[in-house]
Design a binder for this molecule. Structure first.
Ligand code: NAD
Length: 466
């Protein structure tokens, strides 16, 4: 059958099947294998068996495998991008960028090393810090960037010497399963395993006694379940969760110049980005101009099927998210003024036009909750300290941004924002060499960069007395 599981180097038909819907048409576009719990256990057993030899290979050998995977992904970029568009909804250019970005992330990790660090080499002792692999890693993915987020986890886990069981999101397993078929030729059996589910195997993977670490990206609510599931065996966890990221626009900006960047920060992937700009605080002196510029861009944005040329934004990825965003939109109409978008086109597909809401404040869902969709609330402020307090007054802390023509002013404010990453005159500039992680309930630990690689290792000290 098409889109089998990858278990122990074999392409395995699932014990059941899973229909995957194209969110632009609401029609089933592919049917893939769905693993049972027994098949998940087979995958963990294969990863455990493969760990013995994989962890003993040199880091350079492991890097060669990761580079070969990057080559395979790149060589099949056109096919993988088409699949991504159909399962995720994003425009083809973005999907193509995601596939090439994934390969680039794989390659980036091959430039890092995990050399032994000598902490002391004196007359009385030599102390060395080693970075050892952990064992089997469970990688659990969401549906917004199925391949790119795999690029956060898989290459770093492998280079550190771990073996992996990947579980894609149930609404976007296709590109990942196809990638599994393609990389099978270049990865030793059992080192990478992929099991798709119907949202029913994440808990079992998390609790499995032979899984030593869970690398999870998804919602805060599910992240808490992962933490609970990992607690009994004190497993290592990395949690990349939700956010309600604020941007603060000071009175000295050029609204025309920053508006396209603000728009991109909020609406990329139809707002379905963990680190998207989700609340925009704008100083009263430039408020009307910033709102008008954003509204003009929103009104000129073409939405549609990602495979159609000219589409700038695709649909919401799934019905549940679509319904949630529509509810938030309905409330936003009561609590603020919609100045662009707000329409849900009467056509198949989970489409919502990019929406700008003004004269809105805390106490409405669009400001207080993570919308994870194409609606941006623009909130007026008078006093910078007040804007800072309101930006920080949230349980989340993934990213944030400050916008000003005076870098010193912006820097002072950025320094006081409580989040894992703050950008100045940009929003969430993602790069594989820059560690990424959240504060408060946006996550635990970080991915990417050398920090991210180290999270897939156990620190081990060897202390030699002399
Ligand atoms: P989700 O939490 O519903 O699902 C994520 C994954 O967890 C899926 O693969 C799902 O099958 C699995 N899962 C479900 N129940 C589980 C359980 N009990 N134990 C373990 N795994 C389980 O999230 P989603 O709807 O797919 O993604 C949207 C959310 O993800 C948003 O809140 C967004 O902010 C967040 N997100 C965060 C980042 C980040 O890097 N911080 C990136 C992308 C998305």
């Amino acid at each position: 059958m098409a889109y089998p599981l990858l278990i122990n180097g074999n392409l395995v038909e699932g014990d059941a099947t899973l229909d995957v819907i194209n969110p632009a048409t609401e029609q089933v576009f592919a049917t893939c294998s769905r693993g049972s719990e027994a098949q998940l256990n087979d995958a963990v057993a294969a990863a455990k068996a493969a760990f013995t030899s994989w962890s003993e290979t040199s880091i350079d050998e492991r890097k060669q495998v990761v580079l070969a995977m990057a080559d395979v992904i790149e060589a099949n970029a056109a096919e993988l991008a088409q699949l991504l568009v159909q399962e995720q909804g994003k425009p083809l250019a973005d999907a193509t960028g995601e596939v090439h970005g994934t390969a680039a992330f794989f390659r980036y990790f091959t430039t890092l090393s995990l050399d032994v660090e000598v902490l002391d080499d004196s007359e009385h002792r030599r102390v060395e810090a080693h970075r050892k692999p952990l064992g089997v890693v469970g990688a659990i993915l969401p549906w917004n960037f199925p391949l790119l987020l795999l690029g956060f986890k898989l290459p770093s886990a492998l280079i550190a010497g771990n073996t992996v069981v990947v579980k894609p999101a149930p609404t976007t397993p296709i590109a990942t399963l196809r990638m599994g078929e393609l990389i099978r030729e270049v990865v030793p059996a059992g080192v990478v395993n992929i099991v798709a589910d119907a949202n029913d195997l994440g808990g079992a993977l998390t609790r499995h006694p032979d899984v030593r670490k869970v690398s999870f990206t998804g919602s805060t609510a599910t992240g808490k379940k992962v933490m609970e599931g990992a607690a009994s065996l004190l497993k290592r966890i990395t949690l990349e969760l939700g956010g309600n990221d604020a941007g603060i626009v000071l009175d000295d900006v050029n609204p025309k110049e920053i508006a396209p960047k603000l728009f991109q920060g909020a609406f990329w992937n139809s707002g379905q980005v963990c680190a998207a700009l989700k609340r925009l605080y704008v100083h009263e002196s430039v408020y009307d101009e910033v709102v008008d510029e954003l509204a003009a861009i929103a009104n000129n944005t073409v939405i549609g099927d990602g495979l159609q040329q000219g589409t700038a934004l695709g649909p919401l990825q799934n019905k549940m998210q679509y319904d949630k965003v529509k509810e938030i939109l309905d409330e936003a109409r009561q609590k603020g003024t919609v100045v662009a978008g707000g329409e849900v086109p009467d056509q198949p597909g989970y489409f919502i036009r990019p929406t700008i809401v003004r004269d809105v404040a805390e106490g409405s869902r669009i400001v207080d909750e993570e919308q994870f969709g194409p609606i941006l609330p623009v909130i007026k402020f008078t006093d910078e300290d007040d804007a800072l307090r309101r930006a920080n007054d949230t349980e989340w802390g993934l990213t944030g941004s400050v916008w000003s023509s005076n870098i010193d002013r912006a820097y002072a404010l950025a320094n006081k924002m409580d989040a894992g990453s703050i950008a100045i005159n940009a929003h969430a500039a993602l790069d594989p060499s820059i560690p990424f992680g959240g504060s408060k309930q946006s996550g635990i630990g970080s991915e990417l960069g050398h920090e991210g690689l180290k999270e897939f290792t156990q620190l081990k000290i060897i202390n030699i007395a002399r």
